[in-house]
Design a binder for this molecule. Structure first.
Ligand code: TXA
Ligand code: MG
Length: 326
């Protein structure tokens, strides 16, 4: 049986499990991750196996400070230093050319490694106490909704013998921005809370957003293809005007309504970007746990012009993939 633990004993139990090569779920400011020693190839393989993740999809390596990140890359570039000093600890993952220290299993055979220093105090305490870099994919079965609470992790891995370190509900609620600095031009491979504009200002050059929705574009981040973040219940993005005709058996995620037009399940979401992002995965988990035969998600009240425009870009990317069929 999996166990949710808190406090210093949770860190100690987590480290004991990781030293024995077993994955441990831990909180970050974005979503919960599945931790294991990034330098232990067998432990890394155990993470792929637990998630059911294709071995072609590389893992992010979590560090507690810049010095630890330097050991993982062939060159800690000036660009990387600018970004890390501006945003770490925080939700930006930096892709750089890897050093020989990083096992091929982590990079999925590729020449690059993704490094991230999380802001959550429990995550930082865990990495520091462990004393080395940790892989940390989101703590969900591959393709399913990412977890933002210990309960979500439990729901994803029922019957596993997994230690889940409790850090409460994740603050940001969606995964980190993945910024590729390994090529000539900086590029966002996965949008997140930190957006293109903030990154461009810090780097002093334009950071482009990978056209993830463009099927003709060459994929640079193998995990960013097609359907993902999906509830098991079929999910659809609808306009506010369509909600009045929601069937009774359809669960609704809505920011504009308080009740379901036919008395069915309605889960409310805040209308502001930060609140919406923080609550989205929990709302999807709750809708998925019910008996609805479909989930309708009301198109969010996106405002690209305000200071939180980047969060809406990230939310729309997650919604597009959560509702994508095939
Ligand atoms: O917020 C986060 O980043 C969370 C928390 C737990 O830290 N982690 C997370 O990991 O979202 P994961 O594995 O679920 O998503 C990592 C994404 C995947 O889409 C993967 O393909 C991409 O980052 N990625 C990892 N290594 C990469 C690399 N070397 N080059 C390009 N993309 C990479
Ligand atoms: Mg994930």
């Amino acid at each position: 049986m999996s166990r949710v633990l808190a406090g210093p004993e949770a860190i100690a139990a987590g480290i004991a499990a990781m030293r024995a090569g077993r994955p441990v779920a831990f909180p970050t400011e974005t979503v919960y991750g599945l931790g294991a020693s990034a330098l232990d190839e067998d432990a890394v393989r155990a993470v792929f196996a637990l998630k059911g993740r294709p071995s072609s999809n590389p893992l992010i390596v979590h560090v507690s400070e810049i010095e630890m990140a330097r050991t993982l890359v062939s060159e800690w570039t000036e660009q990387a230093d600018l970004i890390a000093r501006a945003f770490w600890p925080g939700p930006v993952t930096i892709v750089l050319n890897k050093s020989k220290t990083v096992p091929d299993a982590v990079s999925a055979g590729g020449q690059t490694v993704a490094v991230r220093c999380p802001r959550h105090p429990v995550a930082l305490a865990l990495i520091e106490a462990f004393g080395g870099p940790m892989v940390g994919p989101s703590a969900n079965p591959s393709g399913w909704i990412s977890p933002t609470t210990p309960e979500h992790v439990l729901a994803g891995f029922p019957g596993e013998d997994l230690i889940i370190i409790d850090g409460g509900a994740c603050h940001a609620g969606i995964e980190s921005t993945v910024l590729d600095l390994s090529a000539a031009e900086p590029r966002i491979l996965r949008p997140g809370v930190i957006g293109a504009q903030a990154l461009s200002v810090t780097l002093g050059e334009q950071v482009a957003l990978d056209p993830v929705t463009d099927p003709a574009a060459p994929a640079r981040s193998p995990g960013l293809l097609g359907a993902h973040y999906q509830p098991r219940t079929p999910c659809r993005l609808v306009e506010t005007g369509q909600l009045a005709s929601t069937p009774q058996q359809t669960a609704v995620l809505s920011w504009s309504r308080d009740d379901h037009p036919r008395g069915g399940a309605l889960i409310g979401l805040p209308a502001d970007a930060e609140g919406y992002a923080a609550g989205l995965y929990d709302a999807m988990h709750r809708a998925d746990a019910g008996r609805a035969d479909e989930i309708w998600i009301e198109h969010p009240p996106v405002n690209h012009a305000d200071e939180h425009g980047a969060i809406w870009v990230a939310v729309l990317e997650r919604l597009a993939r959560a509702t994508k069929s095939g």
